[in-house]
Ligand binder design. Structure first.
Ligand code: GLC
Ligand code: GLC
Length: 639
């Protein structure tokens, strides 16, 4: 860049020198980071904002705020910065296990959450995502994803100080706290949105506001509806402003205007304040949507990556142990593009999630195996968050090209999967609920707890003992792959106890329009009480999952990201190897509701001729004998 360091040197350094900051004890450490980071950051922001006359001003202020945040960062967090920078790769350790829950549903409030730590420890949890706990509109808030203030908590959960105390208590138990950075939009009750509505032009420029309807039309034809059942189109009329506001999600979630450097700066400030409260991992919500450009789908644009990289760079300066987790529920190629040590070190793995369910429905592992072979590898310094389901719906995000390689039509296959998981397809074991049916495209997504989707609910209603057995094993199979495949496995709290769908949301006017509430369970004393009883559904699942966590933690081979997918010779049986320092683990899972058998040649070749032990139950596996797998059974063979 021919500008060299002009902006940086002219604005920040001179200013800091004059203000005497360079003499401060914190300066030296900050300067060391600055030397590494400043060129990158300046280039990233320049590429976005070079045409903005206020670029230099915003940049100077931003950098002052970054330095100020780094100065007030609590000592304990500075220690963490030194001990656990992203380069340490701590998140790849096999001991890592994730959990996710709503604070109010799981533990009432932040203090109650501290009392749940022993429960989390039983499951080996080291990484805890608490669903958005920020102040948000009382009635409609998209499960907390409409944030009215990033600096205030939802008062029912406790204060920011309580949150900090929780973060410290978790940290004392080796659990990092993961929180949302809902940075694509704010609620329409956020102070910025209020100011915009009251006519303040500065804050109107924080959002995408269009007085002229024709402008919205020009964008609209390229956009998809995310919540078609809630409304169609991505714009909401504001009577106060006499203009249209961009609202990708609900009409009360206003998209921020990242083309304005003041927005970037303001959100960087919110990010840093969260970091200094003790949040170790930020879940970057809805990353795909943050940059808009006419004539495009306004998803996954290059500038979206630039913005995230710039946030990453700021994190390196002020809170360098902070990690980013990308939430991109998009085409697998687009998901991969966010995963980089300089962008998001962690990413959800929605492809694995979708294909675990796909293989369960079809009883065929070919699409799952193909994707694992082709798409599981990540850059060094990055890891997947492997999950079976989450607080959102399941969308069938496999690549149509991958399906076509196997002679499948993506569109038809999605329709089949929807029928199957709604339970309408003959022979389906599932009791899922439809989410966001779009009559224009025929698309829909699926909601349901793991237990309900995997057949536990149906087996309990009208199945026999064998159906229930299979369904329990199916949940363990899906979680087992998430635990073994490479990356951090994430348990959606409630799944480990076999909690089934809760249809009470249908009667609650605040929830009835959003079927995702069917699968956001509350803590259940009854289920927790029987978790050690292997005769109960809750007990079998809880023990099964806790067992996997223990085994994983004890074997560094599970820390490796890489796998080799092997053709098991059986259409329902997935097999892959993980290898590390002379250890070989062979993971074999039967996705059929019928028994499966691998012959001795296959077993011998899988085990490289050696005697193995199924780590999950301690039984020997002999290379000269066939391996029989019960319906939905899984083995992790160490040899
Ligand atoms: C994310 C959240 C989802 C929310 C959406 C809008 O995708 O996971 O729950 O509805 O963002 O904020
Ligand atoms: C879409 C979005 C994703 C969001 C989800 C909510 O899949 O891509 O970001 O979480 O909808 O249902």
């Amino acid at each position: 860049m021919d500008r060299g360091w002009t902006v940086f040197e002219r604005t920040c350094m001179e200013h800091w020198r004059a203000a005497g900051l360079l003499a401060l004890p914190e300066w030296e450490e900050f300067e060391a980071r600055l030397l590494v980071e400043r060129r990158r950051l300046e280039e990233l922001l320049w590429s976005l904002y070079r045409d903005r006359p206020d670029f230099a001003f915003q940049f100077e202020r931003l950098m002052e705020e970054v330095f100020a945040a780094s100065r007030v960062r609590p000592q304990a967090l500075k220690v963490r910065d030194r001990q656990f920078p992203p380069e340490s790769g701590w998140f790849s350790a096999s001991s890592q296990v994730g959990a996710v829950a709503y604070v109010n549903r799981f533990a009432h409030d932040f203090r109650g959450m501290i009392d749940r730590i022993p429960y989390l420890k039983e499951l080996g949890v080291t990484f805890l995502h608490l669903m958005p706990f920020f102040r948000s509109p009382e009635r409609q808030n998209d499960g907390g994803y409409a944030v009215s203030s990033y600096r205030d908590t939802n008062p029912g959960l406790g204060s920011m100080d309580d949150l900090e105390a929780l973060a410290r208590a978790l940290s004392d138990h080796g659990i990092v706290l993961v929180a949302d950075f809902v940075f694509n939009h704010t609620s329409d009750e956020h102070a910025w949105a209020r100011a915009a509505r009251s006519g303040d032009a500065t804050y109107q420029d924080f959002y995408m506001v269009f007085p002229d309807h024709a402008e919205t039309v020009a964008y609209q034809s390229h956009l998809r509806d995310i919540f078609p059942e809630a409304r169609s189109g991505s714009f909401t009329w504001s009577d106060d402003m006499h203009a249209w506001v961009w609202t990708t999600f609900h009409s009360y979630q206003w998209d921020l205007n990242y083309a304005n450097p003041a927005v970037f700066r303001a959100m960087a400030g919110e990010m840093l304040s969260l970091a200094n409260r003790g949040i170790s991992v930020l879940r970057l919500d809805a990353v795909a949507f943050i940059w808009k450009q006419r004539g495009t789908s306004c998803e996954n644009l290059p500038q979206a990556h630039t913005i995230i990289k710039a946030f990453q760079s700021i994190a390196r300066l002020a809170c360098p142990s902070m990690l980013f987790l990308s939430e991109a529920i998009v085409h697998p190629d687009d998901i991969a593009a966010y995963i980089d040590p300089r962008e998001c070190q962690l990413s959800y793995n929605p492809l694995l999630m979708a294909e675990l369910w796909e293989a369960s429905a079809t009883k065929e592992v070919r699409l799952l195996a193909l994707s694992l072979a082709k798409r599981h590898r990540l850059p060094d310094g990055c890891a997947w968050i492997n999950y079976v389901r989450c607080h959102d719906d399941i969308g069938w995000t496999f690549a149509d090209e991958d399906a076509a390689e196997l002679g499948m039509n993506g569109h038809d296959h999605r329709a089949f999967l929807n029928d199957f998981y709604l339970g309408t397809f003959p022979g389906s074991f599932s009791r899922g609920v439809s989410f966001q049916y779009n009559p224009a495209t025929g698309d829909r997504r699926i909601c349901g707890t793991a237990a309900s989707l995997a057949g536990i609910e149906r087996a309990q209603l009208d199945g026999d003992g064998a159906d229930l057995d299979t369904a329990i094993r199916r949940v363990l199979l899906l979680y087992g792959i998430a635990f073994a495949v490479g990356g951090i496995p994430l348990i959606y709290m409630g799944d480990e106890l076999g909690v089934i769908n809760d249809y009470a949301y249908e009667a609650d006017p605040a929830e009835s329009a959003d079927s995702r509430w069917v699968h956001r369970p509350r803590w259940s004393d009854e289920r927790v009480a029987v978790r050690a009883d292997a005769m109960t559904v809750a007990g079998r699942l809880h023990q099964g999952i806790a067992n996997m966590a223990r085994i994983r933690a004890a074997h560094p081979v599970f820390a490796t990201q890489g796998i080799s997918v092997i053709d098991s010779g059986h259409h329902s049986v997935l097999a892959f190897h993980k290898q590390h320092a002379g250890q070989l683990v062979t993971v074999v899972g039967n996705f059929s509701d019928q028994p499966a058998r691998l012959d001795q040649h296959m077993i011998s070749s899988l085990l490289h001729g050696a005697v193995g032990t199924n780590m999950l139950d301690g039984c020997l596996v002999l290379p000269q004998e066939p391996l029989s797998l019960e319906p939905c059974a899984m083995v992790w063979i160490l040899s």
